[in-house]
Design a protein around this ligand. Structure first.
Ligand code: OSB
Ligand code: MG
Length: 368
């Protein structure tokens, strides 16, 4: 596959409702959209960097510069036989997994289109719909959270994940568990606790949660080892895992018992598949996380989640929960808690270009 040129945009898509986590509140989803062109075809992906480095350390402005100055010039104007070869060429770039993922994922879309195959088939997926739950942001009240949890369970979502932070944890979990005794419930702290909060974490341990996601610091596996040894509830790491080696170390040291795989966080589909394989070798389940992606990133996530060991419900819920209008033509909607894999070649979705223009804040053409 010869790569001719690229188009980079910064896009801002308004969320239907603000999304509050322990690290802040998001009202618009701002992201980098990359289109790669080659051999008369197009591949597309979105980056999961945020404006501020508040989830992990990467940012939109930093990634834009790296993509324009370093990554895209290294890959445009060349022939690549497969994604492995393209990524081997980029091994000298340290970190910056989200920026690298943006290019790698767009190439997978383009490459699977050139093969006339859905991305899921080229990745080795085994299902045509993936189980999903929802991630509920921090709400104004416990009652509002219970109402939302019940309504999503009634819509068929297979797991309810509650965002928590110190002061917003035990009471809200208790209330949701009381209203939904048979629905799997999990929590995600986005690194808001430390071992100084052990009493609260021990209380959470008694509430029958399926798992606790990223309770401690974003870059600290060591304290998760200590915490997991004191808890019955499995810990699940998100922020801490950016490579398959991270996953191997986390599972080897029992820093966690399962892993949230976000293709955009770990450097692309190849590394996501390696994380998936490492977890399978430890008999640890994985599930597909989300970063409030538009239809482009959401479609990538769904294709990835067709791999065998994605046995727990993921976060790729219906687009209509997030946006009044998405930037793709296809509707990505769940039914009975299952998200169908978009049919067609590549990721199986197409950009609504006139709408995309109206939400584009910056646009750059990059040539070889
Ligand atoms: O930690 O999983 C997370 C959203 C933005 C940043 C981080 C996270 C999340 C979510 C929402 O939990 C998942 C989604 O609905 O896409
Ligand atoms: Mg998380």
């Amino acid at each position: 596959m010869h790569l001719d040129r690229a188009e980079l945009r910064v896009v801002s898509l308004p969320l239907l409702k603000p999304f509050r986590t322990s690290f802040g509140v998001m009202t618009d989803k701002n992201f980098v959209l990359l289109r790669l062109f080659g051999e008369g075809l197009e591949g597309v992906a979105e980056g999961v960097m945020d404006l501020r480095p508040d989830f992990r350390e990467e940012t939109i402005s930093g990634a834009l510069a790296l993509l324009q100055d370093t990554v895209l010039p290294a890959v445009l104007g060349h022939d690549w036989v497969n994604p492995e070869q393209l990524m081997r060429h980029l091994t000298g770039i340290r970190g910056n997994r989200m920026a690298l993922a943006t290019v790698e994922m767009a190439f997978w879309d383009l490459w699977s289109r050139s093969l006339g195959q859905p991305l899921s088939a080229v990745l080795g997926g085994v299902r045509d719909a993936v189980p999903v739950g929802v991630s509920l942001g921090i709400q104004a009240s416990v009652e509002a959270t219970v109402d939302s949890a019940v309504s999503h369970a009634e819509q068929g979502y297979r797991r309810i994940k509650l965002k928590i932070q110190p002061g917003w944890d035990v009471d809200v979990v208790r209330a949701v568990k009381a209203a939904l005794p048979d629905t799997p419930v999990t929590v995600d702290a986005n690194a808001a606790y430390s071992l100084a909060n052990l009493n609260t974490l021990r209380e959470l341990d008694t509430l029958g949660l399926d798992y606790i996601e990223q309770p401690l610091a974003w870059n600290d596996m060591r304290d998760h080892v200590k915490l997991q040894a004191l808890m019955n509830t499995p810990l699940c790491l998100d922020e801490c895992i950016t490579t398959a080696q991270d996953a191997r170390k986390a599972l080897e040291t029992a820093a966690c018992r399962l892993v949230n795989i976000k293709v955009g966080r770990v450097g692309g589909h190849l590394e996501a598949r390696r994380v998936h394989d490492v977890a399978a070798a430890f008999s640890a389940p994985v599930w597909c996380g989300g970063m409030l992606e538009s239809g482009v990133g959401r479609a990538h996530n769904i294709h990835l989640a067709t791999l065998e060991n994605f046995t727990k419900p993921g976060d790729t819920s219906s687009s209509s929960r997030y946006w009044a209008r998405d930037l793709i033509h296809e509707a990505l909607e769940t039914s009975g808690g299952m998200m169908p894999v978009p049919a067609g070649h590549g990721i199986g979705v197409t950009l609504d270009l006139p709408f995309l223009e109206t939400i584009t804040q910056q646009k750059f053409e990059v040539g070889p």
